[in-house]
Design a protein around this ligand. Structure first.
Ligand code: ZN
Length: 221
């Protein structure tokens, strides 16, 4: 872990990315994003980070994260500028598109609280989950929003799902199904991630999860 972090910082400095992309780089390192982001932005304090990383409980937080969709087929659109499928112009794409057959279950990436359900934007039927400083959004799902007794639900009867604003969800919970609501040309999950208000490339997070989970398989215990 120590070597990984040192390599990370050296790489980040060389690439001139430390500030702008510190979250993404951290994600690649597979270390806790919750407590040490500030420390990594000030490399002089790296020793303190190394001590913290020795704590088994927080050393490898990515192992609890869930891949966000079942029956995954392909990454159909990356995070970043792309040709807009509707207007033809260049537009920034604030998420990662994961194609899966319509009806495939979407899974909650990280344990947290549902802070919004919606069905009236280009994102279609969607939910937003808050996990600490993170927000994760899931778009284009089946179902619709229902209001009842002052509460708002995302209702997907065929999928057997009812997600209520304010409820807590564990990582890996089924929270919706891949559909085509909102602005989309085919069934896929649009998955967006924000850290402290800034969009993050979900592909970097998936890479960190892969590295962490692969390392766990190779560890002697
Ligand atoms: Zn998308």
């Amino acid at each position: 872990m120590t070597r990984l972090l040192t390599t990370l910082i050296r790489f980040s400095r060389r690439a001139g990315l430390l500030r702008r992309r510190s979250v993404g780089m951290l994600a690649v390192a597979g270390i806790s994003l919750w407590g040490i982001v500030d420390l990594v932005q000030h490399p002089a304090q790296v020793d303190a980070v190394e001590v913290a990383a020795g704590n088994v409980a927080i050393a490898d937080p990515w192992q609890g994260a869930s891949f966000p969709v079942e029956n995954f087929q392909a990454y159909t659109s990356p995070f970043g500028y792309r040709q807009d499928p509707y207007s033809g112009g260049q537009r920034f794409h604030y998420g990662l598109d994961l194609a899966a057959p319509s009806g495939s279950y979407v899974r909650n990436w990280w344990g947290g609280q549902v802070i919004e359900v919606s069905d009236n934007s280009s994102c279609g039927t969607s939910i937003v989950v808050r996990s600490g400083d993170w927000r994760h959004i899931y778009c284009h799902m089946h179902g619709h929003v229902v209001q009842e007794n002052g509460r708002r639900y995302m209702q997907d009867s065929h999928g057997g799902l009812r997600i209520v604003e304010g409820q807590r969800l564990p990582a890996g919970a089924r929270i919706g199904r891949v559909g085509m609501t909102g602005r989309t040309t085919g069934p896929h999950l649009h998955w967006g991630l924000k850290y402290r208000g800034s969009w993050v490339d979900p592909a970097l997070v998936l890479q960190a999860m892969y590295r962490s989970q692969r390392a766990a398989l190779q560890s002697p215990n």
